[in-house]
Design a binder for this molecule. Structure first.
Ligand code: NAD
Length: 283
C-alpha cells in the first residue's frame, strides 16, 4: 500500500503537539503544506505554539485531555468542522513518573497508563473510522525505545505503557493489512530526544504524588544528562516520521541500535533463563 506522498491540503492532528516532538511534527506538516490541529492539555503552551507556527500555514489549537474519550471525539468533530477532513493522526502525547515498584501509587500508574496507552487507544478508536471513510490515511503512535527495553530502574509504569502501545499498534497494523484497510500505522519509538519530557510532571494531576525518591531523582538526572549529550533534535525525529508516512513504514526507530539491543537482551534472557542486570535510563 502506498503512503501519503503529498501533504498539500491534507489535515494532520497531533496530540501533545504544543511541545517537543509533537511541536516539531506540527511544524513539519505545515512546512509541507498540510493544515494542522494541535491538541494538548496545556492551554498556554498551545497558544504559544499556534502563535509561533501561524505564519507557516493553517494551524488550530484545541485543548484536549487524551485520557478522555469524549474529549478526543470532540477534537475529531472540531477538526472536521474546521477543515472538512482528517488524513494523519499522530497520537503522541506522553508523560512519565515512577520510583521503586512499591512506592508507585495507584494514581501514578493510572496517570501514566491513561495518557500513554489509553490516550493512544482513544485516538485510534475515534480517528480510524474517519480515516477509513476518507478512503485512506495514516496513524502514528508514539511509543519509545522503552517498548523494547524492560528493566529500566524507576520507570516501570512508563515501560509498561510503552509495551502496551507497541503491542496494540503491531496488532492493529497487522489487522489493517490483513483486511485491506486503506489506513497505515507507524510506531514511533524514540530514544533520547531534546524535549520537555523530563519535566512531564508539570502536567501531573493533583492526586499523583511527585516522584522524589533519591534513586529516582538520580535516574532522572542521568537521563537528562544523557539526553543533553546525545539527544536528537525533535526536528530530526519529525523528518523520520514524515518519511515513514510517505513510505508506509511501520517502525520508526530514531536509535535503532538501542531498540535492537533491548530485543536482543530479551532473546538472550529467553534462551539462557538468566535475567539481565537492571538498566540505567539513557544507557
Ligand atoms: N523526549 C524523549 O527522549 C522521548 C523518548 C522516547 C519517547 N518519547 C515520547 O515522545 C512523546 C512526546 O514527548 P516529548 O518528548 O515531546 O515531551 P514533551 O513533554 O515536550 O511533550 C509532551 C506533550 O504532551 C502533552 N500532554 C501531556 N499530557 C497530556 C494529556 N493528558 N493530553 C494531551 N496532551 C498531553 C504535554 O502538555 C506536552 O505538550 C511522548 O509520548 C514520549 O513518551 C520521548
Amino acid at each position: 500500500m502506498p503512503g501519503i506522498t503529498d501533504f498539500t491540503g491534507r489535515t494532520a492532528v497531533v496530540t501533545g503537539g504544543a511541545s517537543g516532538i509533537g511541536f516539531a511534527l506540527a511544524k513539519r506538516f505545515l512546512e509541507e503544506g498540510a493544515r494542522v490541529v494541535i491538541a494538548d492539555i496545556e492551554q498556554s503552551a498551545i497558544e504559544s505554539a499556534v502563535a509561533e507556527l501561524t505564519a507557516l500555514g493553517e494551524v488550530r489549537g484545541i485543548r484536549t485531555d487524551v485520557r478522555d474519550l469524549d474529549q478526543v471525539q470532540a477534537l475529531a468533530d472540531a477538526t472536521l468542522e474546521a477543515f472538512g477532513r482528517v488524513d494523519i493522526v499522530c497520537n503522541n502525547a506522553g508523560v512519565e513518573t515512577g520510583g521503586t515498584f512499591l512506592n508507585i501509587t495507584e494514581q501514578a500508574w493510572r496517570w501514566v497508563m491513561d495518557v500513554n496507552f489509553f490516550g493512544i487507544l482513544n485516538g485510534c478508536r475515534v480517528f480510524l473510522p474517519i480515516l477509513e471513510a476518507n478512503g485512506g490515511g495514516h496513524i502514528v503512535n508514539t511509543a519509545s525505545v522503552a517498548a523494547f527495553n524492560s528493566g529500566t530502574a524507576t520507570m516501570t509504569p512508563y515501560c509498561a505503557s510503552k509495551f502496551a502501545v507497541l503491542g496494540m499498534s503491531e496488532s492493529l497494523e497487522v489487522e489493517l493489512r490483513t483486511t485491506g484497510s486503506p489506513v497505515g500505522v507507524s510506531l514511533l519509538a524514540p530514544g533520547p530526544v531534546k524535549t520537555r519530557m523530563i519535566e512531564a510532571e508539570r502536567n501531573r494531576p493533583a492526586d499523583v504524588p511527585p516522584a522524589t525518591e533519591p534513586g529516582r531523582v538520580a535516574m532522572m538526572e542521568k537521563l537528562a544528562a544523557t539526553t543533553a549529550e546525545v539527544g536528537l533534535d525533535p526536528a530530526e525525529v519529525a523528518d523520520q516520521v514524515l518519511h515513514a508516512i510517505r513510505t508506509n513504514q511501520f517502525f520508526v526507530l530514531t536509535h535503532p541500535d538501542m531498540a535492537m539491543a533491548g530485543v536482543q537482551r530479551r532473546l538472550d534472557w529467553m534462551k539462557t533463563g538468566v535475567p539481565p542486570a537492571a538498566r540505567r535510563a539513557g544507557s
